[in-house]
Write a protein that binds this ligand. Sequence first.
Ligand SMILES: Nc1ncnc2c1ncn2[C@@H]1O[C@H](COP(=O)(O)OP(=O)(O)OP(=O)(O)O)[C@@H](O)[C@H]1O
Length: 335
Amino acid sequence: MILIEGLSKSYGTKNVLDRLDLSVDAGEIRAIVGPSGAGKSTLAQCVTLLERPTSGSVFVNGVDLTALGAAHLREARRRIGTIFQRDGLFARRTAAANVALPLEYLGVTRPEIRTRVGELLERVGLGDRAGAFPHELSGGQRQRVGIARALALRPSVLLSDEATSGLDPDSTASILALLRELRDDLGLSILFITHEMDAVVEVADSVAALHDGRIAESGTVVELLRDPSSPLGSLLRPTRPYLSPRAGDEAWQVSYRSGAVEPDWLLRLGTRLGEPISLLGAAVETVGGEPVGRAVIGIPAPAVEDLRAALDELGLDGAPASAVLRDAIVLEKVA
Ligand SMILES: Nc1ncnc2c1ncn2[C@@H]1O[C@H](COP(=O)(O)OP(=O)(O)OP(=O)(O)O)[C@@H](O)[C@H]1O
């Protein structure tokens, strides 16, 4: 697991990370989001200590990397695999030879390398492309080779910095599925840095938004999506343009508090309030196996007073749509 405590990083007078606390458990994918320049890559580099933190500690599997000397740090880094947006493969080496590289550096014997590389390429679904050169592979396949290479030294932690950025939707989906497999099969702690909110919802268990070098908001993806007042939740699944409410109606955003919401809740709400409720927009989906739903509904003004209690009875949370959208826009601008 990764445990980051009070991590600060400055470049000269510029404070990029400011007393940041963060953890990623074994078998957890934790996403880090934030706009360009928020410090996401700096965070990844501080975890491997490629950038030395100005202060604070980085524990990987209980060992404080900041306290290690050069030799022990080199050894500890083997437990951390990294994948980046650019696959970083050597063009003149085959897929197999690229994956073999970390093992060669370590002096592993040739027969052992052959066996291990075969296993790794199978693991990432490229068992039949061992002899292919990078230019003969698709972007998604090259990224898979990069992942196989990152796994060569059996890391317990994987840092993924924009690994799906620039890939086509199919390749992105296959890389995300592979990351989930690695989380589940190998129990990896995966720090997943991205600016792609759909990828976060697709793959991450939890997510933290970086803002001014600190965590502005964090939580499990499902919790955030279920919280109608969460700016990060609204950033993950932005409310799409919705229909205008009828004259005299107010627009409210509601969300499922749990998976136990009855599918005919809209009808029940109208009956309970004795007023016609209109559906202005909705998205209901399964995230990490959990039902998650958000909708914008139009409520006749006289019914608003009873609305919260009625929503509560149905297992729904609600907030005026304008306030939720305003907060989300603020977070998007500042984060
Ligand atoms: N070696 C460095 N020296 C000085 N400043 C740096 C250095 N590396 C990063 N920075 C600054 O630190 C800030 C955070 O950069 P970082 O690359 O971590 O952001 P990011 O959130 O990963 O951005 P992006 O999404 O564009 O990759 C930026 O203002 C950047 O200019």
